[in-house]
Design a protein around this ligand. Structure first.
Ligand code: ATP
Ligand code: MG
Ligand code: FE
Length: 345
């Protein structure tokens, strides 16, 4: 089955073609990051308009790359939520319009299920069951995954998502949006011994997270050094390092706990923050120690992309799931654990 995947939930337009026999055939991405950078964050209305501009050319690009035409498609999958409602509607209406014209099935996919299944596109995909750490701009969740649509939430952030905390801390350090990769780069020059930030919610049992306090901590440290006239490039790097160490250490502690609690030996890490090199390095050490293994998407599929939507959609479409004719889905808030397994699986 050849499935076209469309992702427009936030600030990247992603399109991909997944063939259930051949795997990923082609993918293309247009990031709006530069457009939103002047505003320090994503402006919803600008995002929707830009998806409208980019989506059809991107679909054509993917078809050309695959050497196919629209009539070769067997189904279309699009991100139905969670995300910005206007942005979601661009993908949903395009998918439904195309599917209606071509007379093929179309399915709305959960964005976080896309992130969660992204490592399945790689060469050595994880087998079920596994623990998933979803760490993105809007989510920080630990999930017990028994199969597609068999998700049990083990813990999540009670306030900011880890990626959001990276972005906010970056802003305080005068870095651009999105701040995650920039903090990571700056932190490489930082002295890990100069400052120590807390590891929130690790001193009590449970698998929930809290990252808003680290933001305050970053602000306080920045102001103190500034007042003392010491906020030079080295000091900013030291703050970035302390911040990154605190986030990574907190994530690692909770992953360890989740593996212990579930007795599972496979850990999937996905979402934008899963691209973080220090996090991968620390988790590798942890999983090695306990005879477990961590699985990730390739770098460019950690953040939003069309490939994960094409893949997740294909799994459900193959099981016979599809939207009702002409009823597109755009669901801004949509808990992952409310999903069901595809019928008959
Ligand atoms: P969600 O998937 O929850 O709806 P989103 O789609 O905006 O949110 P993603 O695109 O998955 O999130 O990830 C973007 C986030 O990942 C940003 O917050 C960004 O700062 C962060 N990020 C990307 N690369 C890195 C990195 N190397 N280190 C830390 N954070 C990173
Ligand atoms: Mg994004
Ligand atoms: Fe995302």
């Amino acid at each position: 089955m050849r499935v076209l995947g469309i992702e427009t939930s936030c600030d990247e337009t992603g399109v991909a073609l997944f063939d259930s026999k051949r795997g990923l055939v082609a993918d293309a991405l247009y990031s709006q990051v530069a457009m939103h950078a002047d505003y320090g964050g994503v402006v919803p209305e600008l995002a929707s308009r830009d998806h409208t501009r980019r989506l059809l050319p991107l679909i054509q690009q993917v078809l050309d790359e695959a050497g196919l035409t629209r009539t070769d498609l067997d189904a279309i999958a699009y991100t139905a939520g969670p995300g910005l409602v206007g942005a979601l509607m661009v993908g949903a209406s395009t998918a439904h319009g195309m599917a209606r014209a071509l007379g093929i099935p179309v399915l709305g996919v959960h964005h976080m299920e896309g992130h969660l299944l992204a490592p399945m596109i790689e060469d050595e995909p994880p087998a079920f069951p596994f623990v998933a750490l979803l760490v993105s701009g809007g989510h920080t969740q630990l999930v017990d995954v028994q199969g597609i649509g068999r998700y049990r939430l083990l813990g999540e952030s009670v306030d900011d998502a880890a990626g959001e905390a990276f972005d906010k801390a970056a802003k305080m350090l005068g870095l651009d949006y999105p701040g995650g990769p920039l903090i990571a780069r700056l932190a490489e020059q930082g002295d890990p011994k100069r400052l120590r930030f807390p590891r929130p919610m690790t001193d009590r049992p449970g698998l929930d997270f809290s990252f808003s306090g680290l933001k305050t901590h970053t602000l306080t440290a920045t102001r103190q050094l500034e007042a003392a006239g010491d906020l030079d490039e080295q000091a900013r790097a030291d703050i970035a390092r302390a911040f990154e160490e605190a986030v990574v250490d907190t994530l690692v502690i909770k992953c360890r706990r989740a593996l212990d609690q579930t007795g599972l030996k496979r850990l999937v890490v996905a979402g934008g923050v899963s691209a973080n090199a220090r996090l991968r390095e620390r988790l590798a050490r942890e999983t090695d120690k306990r005879g477990a293994r961590a699985y990730y998407p390739r770098g460019r599929f950690c953040t939003d992309n069309g490939a994960m939507i094409a893949y997740a959609g294909a799994q459900r479409l193959l099981a016979g799931e599809h939207d009702e004719l002409g009823i597109m889905q755009a669901v801004p808030r949509w808990p992952l654990a409310s999903l069901a397994a595809p019928a008959g699986t």
